[in-house]
Ligand binder design. Sequence first.
Ligand code: URA
Length: 433
Amino acid sequence: MRMYDLIQKKKRGEVLTDAEIAFFVDGYAGGMIPDYQASALCMAIWFRGMTAAETTALTLAMRDSGKVLCFDGIDGVRVDKHSTGGVGDKTSLIVAPIVASLGLKVAKMSGRGLGHTGGTVDKLESFTGFRTELSLSEFERIVNEHGLAIVGQSGELAPADKLLYALRDVTATVDSMPLIASSIMSKKLAADDDCIVLDVKCGSGAFMKTVDESIELAEMMVEIGKRAGKRMAAMVTDMDSPLGLTIGNALEVEEAIETLRGNGPSDLTELCTALAVQMLVLAEKGDAAFCASEVARVIQSGEALERLARMVAAQGGDRAMVDDPKRLPHAQELCVVTAPCSGYIASVDAEGYGIAALLLGAGRNTKEDVIDMTAGIRLHAKTGDYVAAGEPIATLYSADATRFGVAKEKLLESTVFGASAPEKRPLILKIIQ
Ligand code: URA
């Protein structure tokens, strides 16, 4: 087989066989295929696309380039939830304890944040002592005892994807639907879950900006998962506005705890409930109405919050911070941002808000950057709210007060005021099963 022929075939819009796709992935991961040929193929895929069978073959070949986990030691139905990345998205911290308290097993591997999107693992490190690296046996033991554990994603999973992603990043081929779908699913399928629920974000703070492309991506990933034998569902959800009222690690953890206490913002509560319901339905715990009532029950009773506390303690963290979130790290400095004029918040650029949080120290520009756990933004007004000139719209937090100027500028530049209330967009745009 020759790489030249594969490029030629895809360039002409022909369909690659499973063997050809495996040849490409193995050859590239093994260093036998040079970057220039891999780039040419990615560009041909960008223009010509891939069939569902080709995308699945690419996903499985990338999954098989590294370690494929086996969670045989975990009893019960294993479920996972994956978000394609957004601003203020703390849903995993809420959804995982909810479904764990209802008998599902969540052995979750999460990423760190990069750029304007946050990562669950970083957020969890707001708990003093919390360990995000566990041995497989410890991971399984904690999941069996408490129903959930969340660790950082191992570099040993899908190494071919890591190499290809870096190449796509510099060859303008990241935004290809089959390449994105196979990249995400190769890592999801390397973990040994029975059911996967995808939260495909759509809007200004997301990777996918339009509803149509978000639906296409969601459908593609659901199809890949089903072909690989998983029970799958996906939700396309709004990311034109940040989720909830906080952006930044410790601030988001505090909001997650409040949501598990039943006092969360309405958008966050709605989305977490819907995600948990999808996971429970896939795991055959009942129909959607029954599962929704069960979710409300474990929030009300405190059982879901107790699961989070147990997981934090089992992973070496300070559970007193769950019981009393005032103990979480808090910023020394704050800066209130006020509305420059009276009017409705007509729209916000969620990515701009994410960048403002990054400028405060809540995220990384490079992998080496150290996060300020206390940094971030608390929103006092969101899209559709009326504010009078001089009224607070947000509070900025940071350990470093010199960061406030640029962050405030970014936040204001990302907020559009208007004379009338904007049309409300639903939070959940589509459910795909
Ligand atoms: N996230 C991934 O893991 N891969 C992509 O290609 C895009 C987003």
